[in-house]
Design a protein. Structure first.
Length: 95
């Protein structure tokens, strides 16, 4: 698989204007997994920078569906909340 093109800071800021960070950090994130989905890497980077719209997208596209999936399987709401919070921490801050 060919490495994905490196996302630019302009691309990130166009999608999430409140994402401000060091371009070298974005380049390093891309280098960690050259086969990763470009949009996911850019979203993760914007989330790590605290961009509100990126965090909203993460909630809408990943965290929310995961919580609904667990609820549909009958998990206790308190355990779901705990699992979802741990997931947020691991996704945004790292483990």
């Amino acid at each position: 698989m060919a490495p994905m093109p490196k996302p630019s800071i302009a691309e990130v800021r166009a999608a999430w204007p409140d994402a401000h960070g060091d371009p070298a950090v974005l380049a390093a994130a891309v280098a960690l997994d050259p086969g990763a989905d470009r949009a996911q890497v850019v979203l993760a980077w914007a989330c790590a920078l605290g961009a509100a719209a990126a965090l909203d997208q993460l909630e809408r596209d990943a965290v929310g569906p995961a919580a609904r999936h667990l609820a549909a399987r009958g998990f206790d709401p308190a355990r779901i909340d705990e699992a979802i919070q741990e997931t947020r921490v691991r996704l945004i801050v790292g483990s």
